[in-house]
Design a binder for this molecule. Structure first.
Ligand code: KIV
Length: 272
């Protein structure tokens, strides 16, 4: 690493600089004001208002049901808690596929109604026209290749992608196409570490990995998973940094007990 420049505000340009300087990029998801404020204060570089909100906030099995209106609601809440981080918002399933005008309209709604800084969408050559049209309107776009959860019913499983030559070659070609189209970064999800390393060298824009090994420009995790709020999801790539589910359970159990035993509230907690 050449230097470790500090940034008071992260922009898409800061991210290019970070890649150039070998400074790793840290990204997490956020869906609400309170957590966004905490993560921003801790100096996270990028906050992704991911469509994983469909799972961890909405309780859906897949990311497909979440709507554009719901994504905008989450993005608006996140933006209010942010001073430093770059906020990226996922275009949800059905808001961009197969129609570049629709992709542009959805992106403009996200930017205008939430105040977010950029959008992310899944796919390679199939969505390049949409990406170009969105970028031409002035909206920065992050790409997403490898395991793309909006296509779960096409893949059939959430297992590691790009193990066969045909898919390996397509991902490499797609990464180059996304860079040429003007994406400011690409998320690579659940692909072999050696392939992620190769793609990171192949393109000049930052590569953010999730289950893509360490030889990429940055990492992203779903906040609920890494904080241990969601304990049902245990893939190999996930490192848990806390056990908030247990902490919450302990606090709530104690609260219930205090209420039931009439030890909450006490005299100092009441008004005269
Ligand atoms: O929606 C999401 O949380 C994502 C990350 C897993 C990259 O797209």
């Amino acid at each position: 690493m050449k230097n470790n420049k500090t940034y008071t505000k992260i922009t898409t340009h800061s991210l290019q600089e970070m890649k150039r300087d070998g400074q790793k990029i840290a990204m997490l998801t956020a869906y609400d004001y309170s957590f966004a404020k905490l993560l921003d204060k801790a100096n996270i570089d990028i906050l992704l208002v991911g469509d994983s909100a469909s799972n961890v906030m909405g309780g859906h099995e897949t990311t497909l049901p979440i709507t554009l209106d719901e994504m905008i609601y989450h993005a608006k809440s996140v933006i209010k808690g942010v001073n430093r981080s770059l906020v990226v918002v996922d275009l949800p399933f059905g808001s961009y596929q197969g129609n570049s005008k629709k992709a542009l309209d959805s992106s403009i709604r996200i930017m205008k109604e939430s105040g977010a800084h950029s959008v992310k969408l899944e796919g390679g050559s199939e969505v390049v026209d949409s990406i170009k049209r969105i970028i031409d309107s002035g909206v920065p776009v992050m790409g997403h290749l490898g395991l793309t959860p909006q296509s779960i019913y096409k893949f059939g499983t959430y297992s590691v992608r790009a193990k066969e030559t045909k898919e390996i070659e397509k991902i490499k070609k797609d990464a180059v196409e996304l860079e040429k189209a003007g994406c400011f970064a690409i998320v690579l999800e659940k692909i072999p570490a050696t392939l992620a390393k190769e793609i990171t060298k192949l393109v000049k824009i930052p590569i953010i990995g999730i289950g893509a090994g360490s030889d990429v420009d940055g990492q992203v995790l779903v906040m609920h998973d890494m904080l241990g709020l969601n304990t049902d999801f245990n893939p190999r790539f996930l490192r848990r940094y806390s056990d908030l589910a247990a902490i919450v359970n302990e606090a709530v159990t104690k609260y219930i007990s205090d209420v039931k035993t009439k030890t909450f509230p006490n005299k100092s907690e009441e008004y005269n």
